[in-house]
Write a protein that binds this ligand. Structure first.
Ligand SMILES: Cc1cc2nc3c(=O)[nH]c(=O)nc-3n(C[C@H](O)[C@H](O)[C@H](O)COP(=O)(O)OP(=O)(O)OC[C@H]3O[C@@H](n4cnc5c(N)ncnc54)[C@H](O)[C@@H]3O)c2cc1C
Length: 408
């Protein structure tokens, strides 16, 4: 029996089109740093141009409906796109792919009016807009609902005050297009029923950006202050005081509910390849049985994560995830895998995996970046919080009526 999957002639033609587009637009040399914090302003701007070019072709958010700015492509075409773009990003030649804005479609798709969908989705799904996700506050991290940011209606604007931390991913000297910003709009209402979400234009007076230099992060991080910022009322997402539902839909996508089609874990494959080709005491590193054991475990765990991503992508296909714990499931697995991967790299490769020296560092700095990021599991919520969310979605730990924020 032949188990091979064959693409149709039309699909192979599509692959050629994608590949030609990539060759035309990618850097010729491998110069995109594995650690996004090291990305220069110029490279970031070039990456944003690439996002918009992809958006024009419908490839920035390929599975989303065409009328809202997506590509309307079927699963096979999306897989072809993912395979071709993975090749060039593995070669460190593609600085594009700033997909945070597509996460922000979740709230609009589930809570927005048709008018809001037509107004905002094309900007988010075509790569035109790039935003900061402004959830975390100095006193509200895991417990997001205890946020202190406020938004008070004043005629045709909301006056916004608040302080968000650890947000954004953009080099100094650049501004995002908008701030995705939940704030309390009804201080007297019960928890979860007092919040509204906004797309604040990022250049309004009263907004201050302060760079935060973290030990490891997926890009330059920022603290953002809003002081009496007058945000147009039509930047409200969904209804007033229904912002918790907007937030939940956004987080479902951030955690992985929309899935991804990343073909294999490139870092794990690169390390396996490195261990096969690099000699230690005259023998390939991979000839050590303990190393082989570790590498196989890494491969298995990476594949589990990848296959969940493919499953979620196939199930959601540009729609809001229907099963509530499928996103947190991936997120939890990723957060458990990351420290295991980091430790295995140190065990296998030794001190050389802690430097990014061009001569001595391993795999163009990929390894040191992986090791530094290994314990950065707070992004998008800590492992403990993923576990709590997953158990609540499964009806564990709380009664069904208290399982989530309920709007009556
Ligand atoms: C690199 C990086 C990037 C980030 N990017 C963004 C971003 O773009 N936008 C944004 O809004 N935020 C961002 N964050 C913030 C991130 O979402 C928060 O750090 C995270 O939600 C945890 O909040 P906290 O840091 O206040 O920790 P805390 O909430 O204070 O938690 C401290 C510890 O207590 C544990 N804990 C808390 N509550 C419970 C509980 N109920 N049960 C068991 N354990 C619990 C946590 O698991 C954690 O170990 C980023 C953070 C980092 C490090």
């Amino acid at each position: 029996m032949d188990f091979e999957f064959y693409y149709t002639k039309e699909q192979e033609e599509f692959r050629k089109e994608v590949s030609a587009f990539i060759e035309e637009n990618a850097y010729k040399e491998p110069i995109v740093p594995p650690d996004p914090v090291q990305m220069s302003k110029e490279m970031f701007i070039y990456g944003r141009e690439l996002d918009r070019k992809m958006g024009k072709k419908g490839w920035f958010a390929p599975a989303y409906p065409k009328q809202y700015g997506g590509g309307g492509l079927d699963l096979d075409h999306c897989i072809i796109l993912a395979e071709e773009f993975a090749k060039v990003s593995e070669q460190h030649r593609w600085p594009g792919g700033h997909e945070v804005s597509s996460i922000h479609t979740g709230g609009i798709m589930s809570q927005g009016t048709e008018e809001q969908k037509r107004k905002f989705l094309p900007k988010l799904l075509s790569g035109e807009w790039f935003g900061f996700q402004c959830f975390t506050e100095p006193d509200a991290g895991s417990d997001e609902a205890s946020m202190k940011s406020t938004a008070v209606r004043d005629g045709d604007v909301y006056v916004i005050n608040g302080d968000k931390v650890f947000v954004g991913q953009q080099p100094e000297g650049l501004r995002p297009d908008y701030l995705y910003w939940p704030a309390v709009t009804d201080p007297k209402a019960p928890r979860h029923q007092n919040i509204s979400a906004f797309f604040i234009p990022a250049d309004l007076p009263g907004i201050t950006y302060i760079p935060l230099n973290l030990i490891a992060a997926e890009g330059q991080k920022w603290e953002v202050l809003c002081e009496d910022v007058r945000c147009p009322a039509d930047r409200l997402i969904g209804e007033e005081n229904k912002g918790w539902l907007v937030t939940q839909a956004t987080l479902a996508l951030e955690h992985g509910g929309g899935g991804s089609l990343t073909p294999r874990n490139k870092r794990v494959l690169h390390v396996i390849d490195y261990c096969k080709k690099t000699l230690r005491n005259g023998k390939p590193i991979s000839s050590n049985p303990m190393v082989r054991d570790l590498l196989v475990q890494l491969y298995i765990e990476a594949e589990v994560g990848r296959l969940w991503g493919v499953r979620n992508f196939a199930m959601s296909q540009g729609q809001i995830p229907r099963i509530r714990y499928t996103g947190t499931q991936i997120s939890l697995h990723r957060k458990r895998f990351s420290p295991v991967f980091g430790k295995a790299l140190m065990d296998i490769l030794g001190p050389a995996c802690l430097i990014d020296d061009p001569e001595l560092g391993i795999l163009l700095g990929e390894v040191v970046n992986e090791v530094r990021m290994a314990d950065v599991t707070h992004i998008g919520g800590t492992p403990e919080v993923q576990q709590i969310m997953m158990s609540r979605a499964m009806g564990l730990g709380r009664s069904a009526t208290r399982a989530e924020a309920v709007h009556k």
